[in-house]
Design a protein around this ligand. Structure first.
Ligand SMILES: *Cc1c(COP(=O)(O)O)cnc(C)c1O
Length: 353
């Protein structure tokens, strides 16, 4: 792929690495590429980070034709920079795009674009323990008309945001709330895709949870409101009576790469793991009789987010005395060890840029 390059003549400054936060600081450059039915993907370019100009009729602004990815670049002790399973993200954006009617991006093109823009801005990959460069590829329709004639024009953009360690003081348990009214997704809908619309559908319950002091929503299935699905932007795993349990991918749950990696690690350790239907009654029953030993969210941003308390119908259930459990800790240590090059990568998951 030919990628043109326009250097940012007014580069920004990386803030102190202990002040990075998440997703509000951006590097000097971004990758942009255009699509039309006639020309296919064209005009791949790395240009200074800045505003995007859109026709006010651009269909993404009206009909939410948008999908995205979330991944990270990690700096190893020797200074080299690595991605984690980037081909999984490339495949997934195409699964999402197919559902929305957006054009496919050839997998090699996706990975090449990510590597190219990270390389240009490699000085923005932070050095401190636990920090990384968060990578946000996104794809949206630009057709300048309100009529619904399918998608014939699109843009693919990659922006980069240096990010602090998600848990600056180590793994800290969060409190989550089971949502019993709103649903995030239904089978046959877009729940299995990483599309902006899923997040729009989640906002109201998220705000309600925040108001009550919970940091995330735990969703139930959209049909029976009976089975556990996932947390706001993470998958969920429990340890129930010695067994790791995560809801099976049923069409309305996003297939996380962290989830997939955890299941693969657990299997390699011969740790019992089940991907299956898990009803809220079974979960609350386990919490009541002491069999719910651990709960944790799993996703790229936090890697592992231990859940210390779960609220359901105005009752709060404490999990593992609001402490990190040994399984969550072990998965966290193994995954982050591989990502930062401190543990051997026996699976070929890391990709040098
Ligand atoms: C991105 C995302 C996840 C986690 O996926 P990873 O690939 O592990 O980062 C889980 N659920 C939702 C809704 C997501 O958007």
């Amino acid at each position: 792929m030919q990628i043109s390059f326009t250097k940012n003549t007014n580069p920004g400054k990386m803030p102190p690495e202990n002040k990075l936060g998440f997703g509000s600081i951006f590097s000097d450059h971004m990758f942009v590429m255009d699509y039309t039915d006639e020309k296919n993907w064209h005009n791949a370019r790395i240009i200074p980070y800045g505003n995007i100009s859109l026709n006010p009729a651009a269909s993404v602004l009206h009909y939410a034709n948008e999908v995205f990815e979330g991944m990270k670049a990690y700096r190893w002790a020797d200074g080299s920079i690595h991605l984690f399973r980037p081909y999984e993200n490339a495949n997934r954006i195409n699964i999402s795009a197919e559902r929305i009617g957006l054009p496919q991006i050839p997998v090699d093109m996706f990975v090449e674009a990510v590597k190219a823009v990270v390389k240009v801005d490699e000085s923005w990959v932070p050095h401190s323990e636990g920090t990384s460069l968060y990578i946000r590829p996104f794809l949206f329709s630009t057709d300048p008309e309100l009529a619904l004639h399918g998608i014939h024009q699109a843009q693919f953009v990659i922006i980069l945001s240096p990010s602090a360690s998600y848990f600056a003081e180590g793994l800290k348990p969060v409190k989550i709330m089971l949502e019993t009214e709103d649903v995030r997704a239904v089978r046959g809908g877009t729940g299995y895709t990483k599309c902006g619309g899923n997040y729009a559908a989640s906002n109201r319950a998220g705000d309600k949870a925040m108001e009550k002091g919970y940091s995330q929503v735990l969703w139930l299935d959209g049909v029976e409101r009976k089975y556990i699905e996932e947390v706001g932007a993470m998958n969920i795993m429990f340890k129930i009576d010695g067994v790791a349990v995560t809801p099976a991918l049923n069409g309305s749950i996003l297939g996380g790469i962290t989830r997939k990696s955890c299941v693969e690690l657990l299997k390699s350790w011969n740790f019992p793991v089940e991907e299956r239907l898990l009803s809220v009654d079974e979960l609350i029953g386990a919490a009541q009789n002491g069999k719910l030993e651990e709960a944790f969210g799993i996703g790229t941003a936090a890697v592992i987010a231990p859940v210390g308390a779960l609220s359901y119908k105005d009752r709060e259930y404490m999990i593992n005395d609001f402490k990190i459990g040994p399984l969550a800790q072990k998965l966290y240590d193994e995954l982050t060890g591989i990502q930062w090059g401190k543990k051997p990568d026996n699976y070929g998951w890391t990709e040098n840029i």
